[in-house]
Each structure stands twice: as structure tokens, then as C-alpha cells.
Write a protein that binds this ligand. Structure first.
Ligand SMILES: C[S@@+](CC[C@H](N)C(=O)[O-])C[C@H]1O[C@@H](n2cnc3c(N)ncnc32)[C@H](O)[C@@H]1O
Length: 236
């Protein structure tokens, strides 16, 4: 991810980074989309202004895909605000269409890279952050692409509100061990409030769980008998 460059060669973490123009047909559709969807550097124009009402909590799902979970959360909890982020244009397009059908006013979608989190949100703005089944990048040559690293955990800690939470789920034991190593390197930042290496063990009805209690990928893993790993962190 760090190697993604803009047309002028700045790395994605640079404050002046500009997204490259995309020829993806859904890129144009998102630009003409309703005010709940933002793409590329427009995802950074509302930093610090996402919350609209006193007392509402901001929930952000990284890698929301077509919004199966975040849309249901928003429908279920009108008092809070929800944001889904994904870098796939078509997935975000499908997600906001779902939200429009449900007439939701408490949800937004950002088509962009999660590496830009500190530009999308102000320090302390996010109450609850979720990362469900990030790409495991399992080959040795791909490990550098993994989202969870010590520096990303520090970046995430900064956008979280005091006492804010970060929940991660993965099907990949190797990536889970990697995550725990990196969490240990930032141990002073977190209280671990929940940990499981087989989340649905002992639940014979796990295969009947549906959105938002499980994600799209999680349903498939449960069907295949693959153990789900989960860890919940609370900002110290
Ligand atoms: C394996 S899928 C999981 C989707 C969903 N969370 C679920 O559990 O069903 C990973 C998702 O993360 C998105 N993604 C991966 N890296 C990303 C990044 N750096 N920024 C934004 N989205 C990303 C992908 O496009 C994909 O939709």
C-alpha cells in the first residue's frame, strides 16, 4: 500500500497526495452520486465534520465492500453515524444504492484508500473502527502489503476518540499472529477487551447468522468450517 503513487510521485501517506484519475466506469457514477458518497480526495473534505448531532457516535468500517454490514447497522441504529470505506468503485456504488433504497440519512461511503484515514478524519473523531477480513497477503513477498502494522496501529490510535474501539476479524491464523505481534509493539496504546481464535465455536446455529452479525466473507468461512479470529482493542 505504501508504494501506491500519485501522478506526481508522492507516496500515499504524504499530505499532498492526490489520487490518480481512474477510467473505471463507476468512478464517474460516484462523482454524480448523491451527497452521501465521496471519492478520492473528496473523501478528505469533511475531516472533523462528520458528526451532525450532539452525542452521536461515529462508526467506521474499513473494507466495507458492498456495505452488507454497515448499511444494516445504520438502519438499526438511527441515533449514530456510520461510514463505510472501500477502494473498489463498484462495491461502494452498490453500497450507497442499498443505503438509498432504505432512505438512510446517517450513513456515508468513502471510495478511497484506508491508508488515508488521518486525512479523512480528525484526531479523536472516530468512536468505533472495524476491519473485517482484510486481505491476508499470505505469500512472503506480499507481507509488506498487510494493512495491520505497528505504524498503522499508531495512525488508528490517533483518529480514535478517547476510549474508542478497534475491532478486527480474520480467518487467517498467520495474519492473526502477525496482528498480535504488531499490537504487542504498541501495547501501551491499547487495552485488549476481547480475543478469540474460534469466535463461533459452540454455536451450532452459526451458519444461520446473517448481516450485520456476520459479514459476507464470514458467512462463507462459517459454511466452510473455518475458524474466525477476532480481537477488540480499546484506546487507552
Ligand atoms: C476480503 S474483503 C472483506 C470484505 C468485507 N469486510 C467482508 O468481511 O465481507 C476485503 C475488502 O477490503 C477492501 N480493501 C482492501 N484494502 C483496502 C484499503 N487499503 N482501503 C480500502 N479498502 C480496502 C477490498 O476492496 C475488499 O472489499
Amino acid at each position: 500500500m505504501c508504494s501506491v503513487k500519485n501522478p506526481t510521485g508522492l507516496p500515499i501517506h504524504h499530505p499532498e497526495y492526490r489520487y490518480a484519475l481512474s477510467r473505471n466506469p463507476y468512478a464517474e457514477k460516484l462523482k454524480k452520486g448523491p451527497g452521501i458518497v465521496f471519492s478520492d480526495n473528496d473523501t478528505e473534505a469533511k475531516q472533523g465534520q462528520w458528526k451532525k448531532r450532539d452525542g452521536e457516535k461515529l462508526h467506521v468500517e474499513i473494507g466495507c465492500n458492498a456495505g452488507h454490514v454497515v448499511v444494516e447497522w445504520a438502519a438499526r441504529d438511527a441515533g449514530d453515524r456510520f461510514i463505510g470505506i472501500d477502494w473498489k468503485f463498484k462495491a461502494i456504488h452498490r453500497a450507497f444504492e442499498k443505503a438509498l433504497k432504505k432512505n438512510l440519512e446517517n450513513i456515508h461511503f468513502l471510495r478511497g484508500h484506508a491508508d488515508r484515514l488521518p486525512y479523512m478524519f480528525a484526531k479523536g473523531e472516530v468512536d468505533h473502527l472495524y476491519l473485517f477480513f482484510p486481505d491476508p497477503w499470505a505469500k512472503k513477498s506480499q507481507l509488506k502489503n498487510r494493512f495491520i502494522t505497528e505504524s498503522k496501529l499508531r495512525m488508528i490510535h490517533e483518529v480514535l476518540a478517547p476510549g474508542g474501539t478497534f475491532q478486527i476479524k480474520t480467518d487467517h491464523p498467520g495474519y492473526f499472529a502477525w496482528m498480535e505481534d504488531h499490537i504487542a509493539k504498541t501495547a501501551e496504546l491499547w487495552e485488549i477487551t476481547f480475543r478469540s481464535t474460534d469466535l463461533h465455536a459452540g454455536n451450532p446455529a452459526a451458519h444461520t447468522l446473517t448481516f450485520p452479525d456476520v459479514t459476507c466473507f464470514e458467512k462463507l468461512f462459517i459454511k466452510d468450517g473455518i475458524a474466525i479470529h477476532r480481537i477488540d482493542l480499546k484506546k487507552r
